[in-house]
Design a protein around this ligand. Structure first.
Ligand SMILES: C[S@@+](CC[C@H](N)C(=O)[O-])C[C@H]1O[C@@H](n2cnc3c(N)ncnc32)[C@H](O)[C@@H]1O
Length: 230
């Protein structure tokens, strides 16, 4: 719990994992492309849990989705309220009551690494209560125990080269190496799961899960799984 609170304090602050606005935009453009094949037929309700900057929300809404955004970091929610003011298909939630039993799709991308392992089952059970009976949960960007920061660095450089922000990526890496993120990653660690570990936890929590062949997000060494209610 204490670790989670420290990560949340970090996410409440001025986040430095994105090296430039171009990186942030390319990140969400890539996420939208990766989740598009998973979008249900419209009209649908999608929850983005731990949504961060949520730059893909308008694209999801344009596909006929009601988009519910939730992030435990209050500062993120305040930013999102300003960003999406006047867009009625995008709702920013302070708690998850409005999402109960309402979601065709729940995304949790690049979040579980910041959740202590002991807290994951309770979180998964709470997400279960938000899904419709045939709803789908997508957990993306899962770190495996054999991943290292070296894998993340090379993935970022490849992404920067492909998307035209390589120079910013290199500068950003130097900044990250000196940053709170790296210090906290060293001190608090990140929760990591092999595919069989995460499927095991999901099964215990009442889901039927399967891995996706390709990760959601630019980091091809990380993994994603989908899960439905048993
Ligand atoms: C790496 S960002 C991912 C943002 C977005 N999902 C994406 O893929 O770009 C991690 C986000 O998870 C949020 N977060 C961390 N722990 C959380 C928790 N226990 N519940 C909800 N959100 C959490 C942070 O506030 C942050 O916005």
């Amino acid at each position: 719990m204490e670790n989670n609170n420290r990560w949340l304090e970090y996410w409440n602050g001025d986040v430095s994992v994105y090296v430039s606005p171009r990186h942030l935009e390319a990140h969400y453009k890539g996420l939208f492309a990766d989740i598009t094949p998973l979008l249900p037929k419209p009209p649908f309700t999608l929850l983005d849990y731990g949504c961060g900057d949520a730059l893909m929300a308008p694209d999801i809404a344009s596909r006929g989705g009601r988009v519910l955004l939730y992030d435990r970091a209050a500062a993120r929610r305040a930013t999102l309220r300003n960003r999406f003011a006047g867009q009625p298909a995008i709702e920013i939630l302070d708690d998850l009551k409005a999402a109960e039993g309402a979601c065709d799709l729940a995304l949790m991308i690049s979040v579980i690494q910041y959740v202590p392992k002991a807290e994951l089952p309770a979180l998964l059970r709470s997400l279960k209560a938000l899904l419709k009976p045939d709803g789908l949960l997508v957990i993306g960007d899962i770190l495996s125990p054999d991943n290292s920061m070296v894998g993340d660095v090379s993935a970022l450089l490849r992404f920067g080269m492909k998307e035209g922000f390589l120079a910013d990526a290199m500068k950003g890496l130097v900044k990250t190496l000196r940053s709170d993120y790296r210090k906290m990653r060293g001190e608090l660690g990140l929760s990591s799961y092999s595919i069989s570990d995460i499927i095991g936890v999901l099964t215990e929590c009442g889901f039927q899960a399967q891995p996706l062949t390709k990760n959601i997000g630019h980091a091809h060494h990380r993994r994603s799984v989908t899960a439905r209610l048993k």
